[in-house]
Design a protein around this ligand. Sequence first.
Ligand code: FES
Length: 561
Amino acid sequence: MALAPRAVSVRGLRIGTGWVLFAYIATHLANHALGLFGLEAMEAGRALFLALWRSVFGVAALYGALSVHLGLALYAIYERRHLRMPLADVAQLALGLAIPVLLVAHIVGTHFASSAYGVTDSYTRMLIGFSSRPDAAIRQALLLVIAWSHGCIGVHFWLRTRPWYRTAAPLLSGLALLIPLLALLGFLEAMRDIAELARRPGWVRLALAQANEVGSEPRRALAMLSDGVLAAYAAAVGLTLAARRLRNLHERRFNSITVSYPGGRKVTAPRGYSILETSRFAGIAHASVCGGRGRCSTCRVRVGRGLDQLPAASEAERAVLERIGAPADVRLACQLRPGCDLSVVPLLPADAAVDETAPPQEGFAGQELEVCVMFADLRAFTRFSERKLPYDIVYFLNRYFESMSEAIGRAGGIANQFTGDGVMALFGVNSGVAQGCRDALEAAAAMSRALVALSAEFAGELETPLRMGIGLHAGWAVVGEMGPDADKYLTAVGDTVHVASRLQDLTRRYECPLIVSQSVASHARLDVGRFVRREISVRNRDDAVAIYVFDGAERLAFSGA
Ligand code: FES
């Protein structure tokens, strides 16, 4: 629990300081862009820029944000148990680390030279310097592009889980390209102005004198200062990496835990790794839309063994889990750092997209939605369990539930109830009923395949291969978080649920693995041409239900979107 406030404030600080720096870069680029209207416009813009960023408030905000942001970046590097991460994260980190290297000389040569020697760090003075040192001009342009790109990636990570972001993304991407482009063009245009002015005899000398340009001695002092700051920065990065290395060595040597994944894969990882880091460490693809920042929920896993020994979720993690109506055994892989062996099932496919980060819908205290409901049940499990020790039964059931919930999760469903040897799942809560029906049929096929794999795994203990019956029905249902306060989970009630359950029961009578209602077949555009349409009556329901009986879910064909 002590971690909760820290987690919230670290994230808040990183975002807050990031925004201050982003605002600084954006206004700086806008000032450069004024060069398109001439050097004078650029200088006039600079006066406004300095009024904001060289005021007491501006200096405190800028340098405070810079120090805190950099400190947090080093802390984040230290916290990472390994540096295997998605490309966008690598780019974000590498660009971020490159900024101080390019920035220090610029700050020392402008703001510090101005404060220490009374130099007027005008555009005119800077551009005169750049015209004789093109390498410095290129470094400066590079700095702006790198800082801007770093900021844009950060903003993208921050916004990408917002529902409106997809609509706004083209406009924002356009601005992200346009702003630095205009700045570079303004910069080049102003350089042309300087080249023109420099043709006038004595103009450069006069301009530099008016800017109080310093001589060689102060310049050497500024260069030494710049080198000193860079050396301190390099030392801070080096120390951070060394501290990480030592911590990792210690953890690997004295502490390791085993994480079991679906399919029997076991990964031994140092204690202290998050589950997401463990997956990446072992090369297991794992969804993480927000890059492990604890915001998107796509990394969520269902925890089996070890659940009762896990550290409590931080406030930030709990808030995300509550937002998606996660049951008590679901945790965020990027936030969970287990201290014991455990088994996990990632609940979303590794390529889960932003859509899957959203809470199912607003108002999940209860809402009528058109969804597809699945009920699945193991056949002859009672007979199997009669001949087994309780421990074996629990082990087998956990494996079974792991496999089924993985298949359901990967297909986009929400496995929300496990009772006895039965599973209930909802599809289409986020994506709509048509997609939900297709997802449910895909899940049924994946579950059949998973059952074959389970049969092979338990072949020595089974008289016959495992079989299951699945019933699918689509329609309106009241969907909401139900259960006691501390243990709410997303489920559905109503006639649709009742019918789906009944169809699953009927798979026994028809001795088949799958029964699908007409409603599911229509929504999914399932090709049912060669199957017999039957009508059945359902208890407590006036209308008959049209169904199709299938002898397998693996090869069902769709007739097009
Ligand atoms: S990766 Fe986004 S919450 Fe874990």
